[in-house]
Design a protein around this ligand. Sequence first.
Ligand SMILES: NC(=O)c1ccc[n+]([C@@H]2O[C@H](COP(=O)([O-])OP(=O)(O)OC[C@H]3O[C@@H](n4cnc5c(N)ncnc54)[C@H](O)[C@@H]3O)[C@@H](O)[C@H]2O)c1
Length: 264
Amino acid sequence: MIKAGVVGALGKMGKQVVKSVLEADDMELVCAIDVLGEGTDAGFAAAGKECGVLIQTDIKNTISTSKPDVIIDFTQPNGIFEHVKTYMELNVKSVIGTTGLNEENINDLRNLSEKTKTGCLIAPNFSTGAVLLMMFAKQAAKYFNNAEIIELHHNQKKDAPSGTAVKTAQLMAEVNSNFTAGNCAETELIKGSRGGTGSANIHIHSVRMPGYIASQEVIFGADGQIFKIKHDTMDRSCYMAGVLLAVRHVYNNNDFIYGLDNIL
Ligand SMILES: NC(=O)c1ccc[n+]([C@@H]2O[C@H](COP(=O)([O-])OP(=O)(O)OC[C@H]3O[C@@H](n4cnc5c(N)ncnc54)[C@H](O)[C@@H]3O)[C@@H](O)[C@H]2O)c1
């Protein structure tokens, strides 16, 4: 049995993760942590059925007493770098869904993972469709010199652009460093009109709107043709197969991984 703990257990993603862990035959929920709702039964909050694991607020104490094999973190961008450092310093393996880590943070955490010999998997997106979108975008990037990314999310999302958009641009940049080649000189009459620029000068546009969960489109263009790849999340359950796969991988291995594509 894999002893799992969930941090951010009362959030939109955290509740789905608690439910999935409780339903998994090979996992046991040993702790649930959130800054809110101390003492709430995590199973009741997630699925309307008590499981006996109560929400605690202190990460270090809770991990030390409940001794999870794997911590799953879906909290918020501001504190996530410190959270992952804490897990590694406590020698607890972790699966990180929280977004907001930049390239420098990822490199620092990779080094700390090696130093502390503590496995960790960080994925900006756990849905298979979105991971395939990233893989296909990388393939297509070899054949087009013009591409832009549009990501659309619910209006409670705290970071922009999305971690998926950043990672997509990074993957595309691995095979082509020449995007927007041939564009004429531009003047932005309204600041930000052309979006932000990610790796290899790829423009990224972020839309925030009630009604959306998470969508992303990559548009490639060349003379006489437009090629689009799109993924829509209709329900947060789409992330759960990827999260559980990551938990099993991290439990059985001790490496540092950035991106679910590496274990699919
Ligand atoms: N990797 C993926 O596939 C994926 C998918 C969806 C969302 N996300 C990311 O997951 C994160 C959470 O998203 P959400 O929609 O569930 O957000 P949310 O705001 O609904 O939930 C976050 C939860 O974390 C708690 N929290 C905040 N800071 C905390 C701390 N320091 N310690 C413990 N708990 C803390 C909050 O109280 C809240 O219950 C975001 O960064 C989001 O971008 C990732």
